[in-house]
Design a protein around this ligand. Sequence first.
Ligand code: 3HC
Length: 712
Amino acid sequence: MASEAPAPSLVGSRTEDGVAVLTIANPPVNALAQPVRAALLAAVLAAEADPAIRALLIIGSGKQFVAGADIREFDAPPRVPLLNDVLLKVEAATKPVIAVLNGTALGGGLELALACHYRCASGAATLGLPEVKLGLLPGAGGTQRLPRLVGAAAALELMLGGVPIAATRARDLGIVDRLLGGSDALAGGLAYARELVAAKAAPRRLRDERVAADGLEPGFFAARRLEAVRALPGLLAPGYIVECVEAAVQQPFEAALALSRRRFEECRESVASRSLRHLFFAERPSSGASAGALVVKQVAVIGAGTMGAGIAISLATSGHAVVLIDPSEAAVAAGAERIAATIEAAVAKGRLASAAGAEAIARVTTAATLEAAAGADLVIEAVFESMAVKREVFATLDRVCGPSVVLATNTSTLDVDEIASATRRPGAVVGMHFFSPANIMRLVEIVRGRASTPAVMATALAVARRMGKLGIVVGNGFGFVGNRMLYAYGRENQLMLLEGATPAAIDAALKSFGMAMGPNAVGDLAGLDIGYRVRRERKDRPTDPRYYRVADLLVEAGRLGQKNGRGAYRYEPGSREPLPDPAVEALILAEAARLGIVRREVAAEEIVARCTFALINEGARLLEEGIALSAADVDAIWCNGYGFPRLRGGPMFYAGSIGLAAVLAGIEGFRRTHGPDWTPAGLLAELAAGGLSFEDWDRRRSATAAGQGVVR
Ligand code: 3HC
C-alpha cells in the first residue's frame, strides 16, 4: 500500500477564536478520496499539536458535507491512509471535534461525523448509510459507532434500508446533538463549538461506549439476518451488516471493527457490488448534458392511451402544466380519468402529499385538436406506432406550433428522421422513448435525430431529469438501443421455442439468471399484437421463415396475451398467472414440423447463453455503429427498461465479468450451429483479442472525448 503526499488545498484550515475550521473541499460531493483523507489527517494532527487551538470543527464546502468514500477507488486495492485509520485519529483527538453537517452526510461522510465528538446539522442536511445499495456495508466504523449512538435496532434499520433521513429525524434519534437554525451552518457550528469550549466539554468518543442491547428479544440478530438476506437476495452485505452489529454488542470495539473491515473488503470484491457500483456511475446524468436547455413549463401530450396518460402523470407530478390531446372524446375522458385515479392512488398510498396530488391533477387539461398544442413549450407525441399516422401528426404540429417548440416523438422503433422530415424544422424534433407504464418506469431513451439541435437534445434531457427519469442519449436506428437488442434476444427465444424449449422453460431459465420476467411472460404482458404490428411496419424485416414465427402465429390465432387471457400462456379470468397451454404446444409442434425442424431438449444453460450472448453481440454492434454512446449506457438501458439483473451490472458488464474471450468463443460456437445471425461483432472480437473489456473501451472513449473537449 503506497502512501502519497497530502494535497492540503482539499482540506482548508483556518483558525477562528481558537477553533480550527477544517473545510473539506473536493467538489462536486466532497468524496473522501485518498488525497482528501491524507489532507484531513494532516490537518487534524496539526490542529491537535497547536496549543492555540481549543477545538476542531469539520465542515464541507458547497452544498454537501461529505457524500462518502470515493466510489471510484473501490475498483482498486485500498490506499493509505485508510479511512478507518483517519477516523480513529479524529476520534482520538484530545480536543473536542465537532462535525458541522452543512448538507448531505452519506456513507463515509456520516461515518466521519460519527467519529467526531459532537455533531450539529443545518435543517437542510440529510444523513444516511446507503452503502447497501452499492452491495457494501459501512466500512469505516459505521456498523460499530452508529449502534452505540442509537441502539442496534435503529442502526440496522438505517443501514439495511440505506435510505437517508432528514436532520430533524437524526436529532430525534440522537445522531445530531444540535440542530442549527438560520442559513449559515458555519456560523451556527462555530457558536456551538464556542459553547462546548466554554463548558469545557470533554470529547465524547463513541468507541468507548457500549451498545444498549438490553431490550432486544432473544434471537433478535438471527431473525434480522434471515429477513435481511431474504429482502436483498444475492448480496453479501445485508447478512454482514447484521453480523457486524451483533459483534458491536458482543465484542470489544477493535475486534468488531476489524471484522467489519474484513467483511467490507469481501463485499467490495464481490461481482454483485462491482455491478452495482458500475450502475451507480452508468445512471448518473452526464455532466453538462442539460446545459443550454430551453425553459419548459407547458407540455402537450398527443394521444390519451396508456402511454400518453402515463407520460402526462409524470409531467404533472413534476410540476409541468399538461394538455392531453386526443381526437376521440371517449379516449381523452378515459385518459384524464386514469391520470386522476393514478395520482389519487399515489396519495392514498402516502407516496404523494394530498395537496401535491390535487395540484398535479389541476395541472392537466384536455383538448380534442392539435391546435391546443400551440401554447406548449414541448410536445410529446404518443400516438399509434405507425409512420403514416405519426408523420401526419408532425406535419400538423409543424403548422400550429411556434418556432421554438420542441417536438418529441415517443416512438419505440420508428425512424425519427423520417418523422422529422414531415416538418420544416427537423432540428426541433427528437425522440423521447418512454417505457410502459411511463409513470413508473425510470428510463427514457432520448433519440438524437440527424438534425436534432444541441438545445433540443438538452431540453429533452432536462425535462426527463425533472420528471425523475433517467434520460439516456441514443442514436437513431431501428429500435434505438433497447428494442434493437430486445429483437436479438427475442429472436433466440422464438427460435428455441421451435427447437424444443417450452415458453415456461425459457422463462424459468432466464428468471433464475436474474431477469425480472421471462420473455414469453413479458410478451403476454405487453400484448403480442404490439410487436406484430411493429414487425409489419419494419422495412428491413429478416426473411428467415423462422423469424418470430411463433409470435406471429399466436397473434394470427387470436392470442394477444394477458389482455384476452391467451398468449404464449393461458390465463384464468382475473389472474395474471401464466399457465402452460397445450394448444400453444400443439401450435409450435405443428409449425416446427412444417419447417422441418428436428425438436430436441434445450438445456437451461443454452437458453441463458443464447439470450444473453445475443444481447452482448447486438450491444457491441450498436457501439460500433455509434447508436449506443457507451457500454455503460447499454447497461443502464437494459437494467432500467428491460429487467436485466442489476447484480450482474447489465449485459456489457456481465460480458466483462465472464470474460470477453469466453463470450466470443460461445458466439462462434453458436455461429457454427445456428448460422450468420451469430457473426461476432467486430468490436467484440477486437476487445477479446486485446484482453480488454467494454469498460476499458468506455474509458478509452471518454478519455479521447475529454481530450477533444467534447461534452456528451
Ligand atoms: N464517489 C465518487 N463520485 C461520486 C460520489 C461518491 N461517493 N457521489 C457522487 N459522485 C459523483 C457522481 O458520479 C457525479 O459525477 P459526474 O458529475 O462526473 O457525473 C457527481 O458526483 C454528482 O453526483 P450526482 O449527479 O448524483 O449529484 P446529485 O446532486 O444528484 O446527488 C448525492 C448527490 C446525493 C450525493 C448522490 O451523488 C449520491 O447519492 N452519491 C452516493 C452516496 C453514497 O452512496 N455514498 C456511500 C459511498 S460508499 C462509502 O462511503 C463506503 C464507506 O462506508 C467506507
